[in-house]
Structures are given as C-alpha cells and as structure tokens.
Design a protein around this ligand. Structure first.
Ligand code: DP6
Length: 323
C-alpha cells in the first residue's frame, strides 16, 4: 500500500455566498463568492491506498456519516482514481475539530483536506489551484478552504476555470466571526437540496446578478479593512440568498425563532454604535462579524440569551497544510 498522507484544512464562512449551480456534475457555481477561512474549525484527513481493499474504507473518527455522505466521498475518490489512472481503494480517516457541537458545516474543510491528502497519495498535482479545482468536485465551498484568509472562488465556465484564489492570504486585520450556536441539530435541508430548490425561485436570476455585483465592492472593502462596508455587504448578500428560499415552491427557510433573536440583538447593538453585522448559511446558526475591539460588547449581549458554551469566537485562519 502507499504511504499514508495527512492534510489539514480549515472551514470557511462566505461573505458573498455561493448559492446555485450552473453545472451539477462539474460543480460550477452560478456566481463568484468570497469567504473568510477560520482558525477555530478544521478537518484532518489521512488517505492510504491499499491494493487489498475492495471498497474505500471511510472512518469518520466515531462520528457516524449518513449514507449520502459516504456516497459523496466514494464518488470523489472515483474521480481521483480516474485522474491518477489507478484502481486501488483507500483507507480514509477524517477527524473534525469543531468546538463542542459548534454546529458548523464541515463539508468545506472535510473535502478540502480529503482533496489534499488524496491528490498527494495518488500522485496528482498538489498545486493549490489544482487542489482547489479538485476540492470543488467534492463540495463547492471546499474549493475556498484550500486557501487561508479572504478567498474568492471564480465561478468560471468549465473545470479548468472554476477555482478559488486568495484575496489576502495572511490577514493583518483583527476581524472576527462569532458563531452563535442556536441549534445543535443536523440541518434539515442540505445545501445541495436547498440551492436546487432556490434555483426555481422567480428571484433566482436577481440573486445571481446581486451576488456578482457584490464581488468588487466586497474586495475593495476587505482591502480597506472597512468593517462597516464588509458587514453591510455581507449581511445584505446573506439575506438576499435566504430570500430565494422563501420564494421557492414549496417555500422553506433555514431561520428559526432564535436566529431572528440574534438578528434583533445585532440590530440593537448597531443602533447603539457597535459595528457588528450578521451572516447565515444553510442552517439556523448565525455568525456575527465584527472587530476584536467589539467582541466583548457583542458577547456580553449574547451570553445571557444563548449561554457562553454556544458562542465561539473565530479569527482568520490558514490554508491547507500537510502534516
Ligand atoms: C450557504 O458547498 O455545502 O454555505 O457544493 O452542494 O456541497 P455543495 O454545497 P456547499 O454549499 C455552501 C452554501 C453556503 C454558502 C457558501 O458557503 O458560500
């Protein structure tokens, strides 16, 4: 069998969301997106090809993986085998380092780490751009977790041209994301299913136009380290994405009552002069965007409502590394 290869990748939260596929097989998105890779949450993955195996052996470090998750990993590994022109199956071990039930999606860090480990183990290119293109095939948002800091995923128009690239890899700005864990339950509607439903919304094309129009101003705001511009654009972008769920048939939403309470609190803080904003993904947990200097004020307001164990402060984090 081959030497075991271990890679680590951190999760990322989008400031301009990926929400919609132009090509489901190639995993080409309908629009560009921008994210921040976080330091607190990461996945570590080890891949070892073994000629004695008759199927990929997937070990999720005690965490049980639903059947559709297993299927996605096997399909991803089939792609790796096809590219490397080899037929061996692999031992795949993943561990997710997510602070006690932070309830954050791990598919971005998980597939980025798997892409890194599998590509190197199979002798494929480990150039970051190629890893980003490969990770994309596992989960779209994983394309961005190859890089640290602020990252842009270029939608592109084919396999070659759809990859992520850093905007600022080593972030010299105390921007923070506070994850507010309002629910520890597994999400009811996966991103994959949710975005497909949203694509039937009559507003979907408007969403794509808005997201693409957010890219240049968001990039400028990140380079200027302008928390209010970054926050305003991110918040508006996220709410516009979620508008496509309510206008789908049948309608659905990722919001719950606690989600709305967080929005309220952030709104109140802002009217008191605190520079904080929110964003949200395919689940009810909210991420509050602010600067280091305002973290304590924001936590002070959220703690009595949600408890200290449900608040996790994250900083900008690094890209993929081999161990
Ligand atoms: C709301 O990357 O999880 O978090 O490509 O189908 O695996 P698939 O979806 P995924 O979707 C992420 C959606 C999002 C926004 C974002 O991360 O940009």
């Amino acid at each position: 069998s081959t030497t075991p290869i271990t890679a680590r990748a951190h999760t990322n939260i989008a400031l301009v969301k990926y929400w919609g596929k132009a090509d489901e097989h190639l995993m080409l998105p309908t629009n560009d997106s921008i994210s921040l890779t976080l330091d607190q949450f990461f996945s570590t993955n080890t891949v070892q090809f073994d000629p004695r195996l008759t199927v990929d052996e997937i070990n999720l470090d005690g965490i049980s993986l639903p059947a559709d998750g297993q299927q996605r990993i096997r399909q991803f590994m089939d792609l790796v085998r096809q590219r490397a022109r080899q037929t061996m199956f692999a031992h795949i071990t993943t561990t997710n380092q997510v602070p006690t039930a932070a309830g954050l999606a791990s598919s971005a860090s998980g597939f980025a780490a798997l892409a890194g480990a599998a590509a190197k183990a199979a002798g494929l290119s480990t150039a970051p751009r190629d890893l980003s293109r490969l990770a994309r095939r596992g989960s779209g948002s994983a394309s961005r977790s190859i890089f640290g800091g602020f990252v842009q995923w270029h939608a592109g128009h084919n396999d070659e041209t759809s990859f992520a690239e850093p905007i600022v890899e080593a972030v010299d700005w105390p921007i923070r994301m506070i994850a507010v864990v309002v629910s520890r339950q597994k999400k009811k509607i996966s991103s994959r299913v949710g975005m497909k439903a949203s694509q039937q919304s009559p507003y979907f094309q408007d969403w794509v136009r808005l997201a693409n129009a957010n890219i240049a101003p968001m990039t400028a705001a990140l380079l200027k380290k302008d928390i209010n511009q970054v926050g305003r654009i991110a918040e508006h972008n996220a709410m516009s994405m979620h508008a496509t769920t309510l206008s789908a048939t049948p309608p659905f939403t990722y919001f719950n009552a606690d989600t709305l309470r967080v929005f309220d609190i952030v709104g109140d803080l802002r009217s008191e002069g605190v520079n904080c904003y929110y964003t949200m993904d395919a689940g009810p947990n909210v991420k509050v965007i602010c600067e280091d200097q305002d973290v304590e004020t924001v936590l002070g307001r959220l703690r009595p409502e949600f408890g200290p164990n449900n608040l996790v402060v994250a900083k900008p984090g690094p890209g993929l590394t081999y161990r």
